[in-house]
Design a protein. Structure first.
Length: 174
């Protein structure tokens, strides 16, 4: 069998308890909360797996919808939106410790961007937000054209138009 990486929704078939990214909060979310949130429709968690070991989680991400106030986004975007802005949020992104620095986080981030763009074709959504928990994470997201929000050093925003350009597509809304 040829080993292939694939991204799929989290299910009972995945071994959540063995996952360890080195961050207790991210481990706890995957192990104890993610499936419950999926069942309740609060978030969607996706896992990166190798088809040779389909139960083993290499990395995961959780996506949610959110609403942001226009006053909380950068000035150049503020006037383009109403007071309340619907958006997607990359709520969680984690890679197993023994799999870090291999590009797996980037694979999931690009998939999150693609999923956000796909939603924008059928629902109103301004872009993708992410919370960077530390400077290293902020630098990581900045390389994908995320922009920092004023007064919120850890909150970053990727407008749909920039997201579409990053993925080499055009946005139907423009």
């Amino acid at each position: 069998m040829i080993s292939t990486l694939t991204i799929e929704p989290l299910s009972k078939a995945h071994n959540r308890t063995a996952f360890d990214c080195g961050n207790k909060a991210l481990n706890h979310f995957l192990q104890k909360i993610a499936r419950q949130h999926m069942e309740k429709g609060l978030s969607k968690t996706f896992v990166l797996i190798d088809t040779e070991h389909p139960a083993e989680i290499i990395a995961y991400m959780s996506l949610v919808v959110c609403e942001v106030l226009a006053e909380d986004i950068p000035h150049q975007w503020k006037n383009k939106y109403p007071n309340r802005i619907p958006a997607a949020k990359l709520a969680k992104l984690a890679v197993a410790q023994d799999q870090q620095r291999k590009g797996y986080g980037e694979i999931l981030l690009i998939d999150a961007m693609q999923k956000t763009l796909n939603v924008s074709y059928t629902m109103g959504i301004a872009g993708l937000f992410v919370d960077a928990k530390h400077e290293q994470a902020k630098a990581y997201y900045n390389q994908f054209a995320f922009i920092s929000l004023p007064e919120q050093l850890d909150n970053l925003f990727l407008p749909i138009s920039t997201l579409a350009k990053s993925l080499g597509t055009t946005n139907e809304h423009e």
